[in-house]
Design a protein around this ligand. Structure first.
Ligand code: GLU
Length: 306
């Protein structure tokens, strides 16, 4: 059966420097301004890359146009400046790269690994595991949702903080959507294609994305991309025990308080104290002291009061 064939050879030309042993990134979605939880991810991904003498890139994940909130892209860019992060390349915007994601779909299509799906949300009802209703219907791809085939096998990886994590995508999820009927490219596809094209080796991000990882590993495998190393950080929780997120109105980072916020983010990551200084100097000290062994191996960080 097709899904057991050897992986495809990557068809898109790589943009990143493949000689680098460590390339990491911060990849926010502009669905709201950055908050303290986003800062923890930015700081950890930055320090981890720099402590490994690696590169650190910023990518704006703005394919889901209806969810973009006005002004948030600007707040992200101003935050990068205010905290004096120094990405190693120009910031890229996924909305300018839709042709690359389409090429990846095309490549999968040529090998029979994707198909069009006409099921509506209503037809799928409350069943969260897609049963493959349209898998063998051979519908034309145009103006339909596109799903990728998954198979009945365990996909596992060992997270640097969270340990071993596995999923059988067929049992847990079913064939999943890469492109919606309205033409929007799904995050899972864009992230995998860009991580490959930018030569990424390491992903450091919030534990809310832990359960997405097997999907991304599966897609990467089908497209012939090398597997990444993952570190999923515990999520900052507010004093009501909810994770800080745009949905529950986490406060936007106050860019006039960059030094204090940096210090608090490093404390949340249980790193050694850094002196209040310019953000660039604070980051430099944090990189020199960076110790992932001190970050809690949990998915939640409590007791953070801002
Ligand atoms: N864009 C995603 C978010 O803001 C993060 C993607 C990733 O780090 O893989 O939640």
């Amino acid at each position: 059966m097709l899904l057991n064939n050897p992986p495809l050879a990557p068809s898109l030309p790589k943009e990143g420097d493949s000689r680098m042993a460590y390339v990491g990134r911060f990849a926010p979605s502009p669905t709201g301004p950055l908050h303290f939880g986003s800062l923890i991810t930015a700081v950890a991904s930055y320090c981890d890359a720099r402590a490994h003498h690696g590169q650190w890139l910023v990518r704006i994940e703005d394919t889901d146009i209806p969810r973009i909130s006005p002004g948030s892209e600007d707040h992200i860019l101003r935050s990068i400046d205010a905290f004096q992060f120094d990405p190693d390349a120009d910031i890229i915007f996924q909305k300018n790269r839709l042709n690359l994601y389409e090429s990846a779909i095309e490549q999968l299509h040529q090998h029979g690994l994707v198909y069009a799906c006409q099921c509506t949300r209503k037809m799928l009802g409350s069943n969260h595991i897609y049963q493959g209703t349209c898998r063998n219907l051979n519908l034309a791809l145009k103006d339909q949702a596109i799903r990728v085939k998954v198979s009945d096998q365990e996909i596992c990886f060992t997270d640097r903080l969270q340990g071993r994590h596995c999923s059988n995508l067929q049992h847990d999820l079913g064939d999943f959507v890469l492109k919606r009927r309205d033409g929007i490219i799904n995050y899972q596809l864009a992230v995998v294609v860009d991580d490959y094209l930018q030569g990424m080796t390491h992903v450091v991000r919030g534990a809310d994305l832990l359960d997405n990882t097997e999907r991304q590993i599966w897609l990467g495998k089908l497209l012939g991309y090398p597997q990444l190393q993952y570190m999923h950080l515990p999520l900052a929780m507010n004093d009501q025990g909810q994770k800080l997120s745009k949905q529950n109105m986490a406060q936007a980072l106050d860019l006039t308080q960059a030094q204090q916020l940096l210090q608090q983010a490093l404390r949340a990551l249980r790193q050694p104290e850094v002196e209040l200084n310019s953000p660039a100097q604070m980051l430099q000290q944090a990189v020199a002291q960076w110790n992932t062994g001190l970050i809690p191996h949990s998915t939640e960080l409590h007791g953070i009061y801002l």
